[in-house]
Design a protein. Sequence first.
Length: 283
Amino acid sequence: MAENTENSLVKDLIEAGIHFGQRSSAWNPKMNRYIYDRRNGLHVIDIKETVKGLLLAKRFLAKTVAEGKDVCFVGTKRQAKDILEERAKDVGMHCVTERWLGGMLTNFRTIRTRLKRLEELEAIEQEDNFASYSKKMESQLRREMTKIRRNLDGVRAMDKLPGALMVVDVKREMTAIREARKLGIPTIALIDTDGDPDVVDIPIPGNDDSMRSIDVIIRELCKAIAEGKQGRSVSEAASDKDDSAAEQPRRRSRRSQYSADAPTPSPEAEGPADQPAAASSES
């Protein structure tokens, strides 16, 4: 079963053109270990290395998400935008597809402030559609809201730093990779023959210019994320069950009603049940 799945994956990757690299004149020598051949002035990527990197990335993402951490997808090139937005939304993860703002990770508090400002502007729009402002001020506020939404809408639910960063095209997204490395956030990348594989933790060698190849890679990674979220749900349910069992009070036995500090009263001290209390004083 697993072999059939892997064969199907290899077929999808080849049909998507994942093995077509850049021109041989524009290659990065560090990618030599991932190159199978050179044909018609183009490098051909070793599909075995692509599958190896993809499977490693899937295992890592499934484990990361199962531990309660999130993943942020980054791809601002035209071929990747729609794919990342759709796939990331399906699995409830975050994405940056418009422009990576400097400090999006290293200055995360400021980014959250801007998102709070977006919520304020949306509340004003919902309340009276900016009717209480002048035409000039309304125009300024709408432009501000549109700009924030365009740049940060994909990360508005990201209330903490992600557990991993998935990048399409390392040359284009080098700022995001540098910030992640500075904070110790693991990085995964779909990387073409003109990129540097040493700047990321898990490189997936493959064509990063083809929409079909990008879609296959992101689709497979999102499957792993979905599996990780299922594991997260199971572990959370088990944790809640353990907590409820721990909070449930135990029934106390009749013997435990008498503690060590209060010794069990003897029958002589209590006296017979049918004898009046005054009888003991008379004797």
